[in-house]
Design a protein around this ligand. Sequence first.
Ligand code: URA
Length: 440
Amino acid sequence: MALLPAELIKKKRAGLEHTREELQFLVGEFVSGALPEYQMSAWLMAVYFKGMTSRETAMLTEVMLHSGRVLDFSRARSLAVDKHSTGGVGDKTSMILAPIAAAAGVTVPMIAGRGLGHTGGTLDKLEAIPGFSVSLTLDQFEKQVSSLGVSIIGQTAEICPADKKIYALRDVTATVESLPLICASIMSKKIAEGIGALVLDVKFGSGAFMKTVEQADELATKLMEIGAAHGKKVASLLTNMEQPLGRFIGNSLEIGECVAILRGDEFMGRSDFEDCRDLSLQLAGHMIWLGGLARSADEGYAKAVATLEDGSAFRKFEDICRAQGGDLSALPLPKHAHDVVAPADGFVSAIDTEQIGYAALALGAGRLKSSDTLDLTSGIEIHRKLGEEVRKGEKLYTLFVRDASFAPKIADASARVLSATTISLQKPKLAALIAKSKIN
Ligand code: URA
């Protein structure tokens, strides 16, 4: 009997478990274009509300993984290891840790994503570098990984096309924060890369899809189970996203911050990027360890630091840019700035980071609908982070847009960042950046 999309949507709406054949049908028809977006959106929303069993999640991952080619880097110079983040605001660690890990000898075939919901995406950030191509053919990707040890691209029509299409639809249909959809999305594209091991940055807090550390822990466990079922070693770091990472949000601004961290110098007059630098080093340290180039995560961390200090990580980043056509020296920067000042004296005690992400989207740094084009220069500078003191009238944020013609976007973003920031007389207790790490 032929499968009917509306029946499958109804089945999931009733909370029932799909068969492999049904999942294969839904994903296959959507990838081929036979299943329209409105039916896929309805099904995704049903999954959002009704969830999936572990068996269904594993089957969905398999079906998505085999929607394209599965690469094999088992004969590379060293074990292939990648990192994946579940998504955050100002989360720019990929551009820092990929060259660090590669400079330390790890093979890093990275297939990254675009912005999702209120979070930014590695591909959009890299495209802020004029000429940088994230659309290499798989042949070019494999060649670059074997010559440089690293390449960063997006899903192609050949590799995990199912995730590429479903991810773009979830981004604009409020169906991102679903455990089974996140698991299948991340693990299908990561396993398709041909990695031997994976480091996961599972974020929790006001700027993450998982709001509590318990939810992040549950997600990490599920992701690690899928990894183990495919013979992959997976380490998970549960990391705090109660505030944006680093000092800048927005595509070209974040590249500027990454370059400053890699070179050990300044961007737009500041170098206080400790949280972003340290998290990048911790994640890279775990990659170096899982890649077999250090005996522990601590030794991996020390090796990661050495690549920053001897300049090899920055040189590797320059190599990546050159190989993928990017001209770092032409990085565009915004021409119009607007300061948002503190309404009272006190300490920044809470930040609704999701709202800060939406403010960056409102400025043009992310997509409100899938056809939107980005203003790659727009974004936000964070002058006061959690626990930092501020006086009434001092700068809390600077909002950036390409030029004055984009200024109308600023009113909404100003209101959002102000209402997202709590200032209290009492200095808040700060939580650790990394709450927990575990390995399968
Ligand atoms: N990152 C992904 O790649 N997919 C998701 O669904 C969420 C975060």
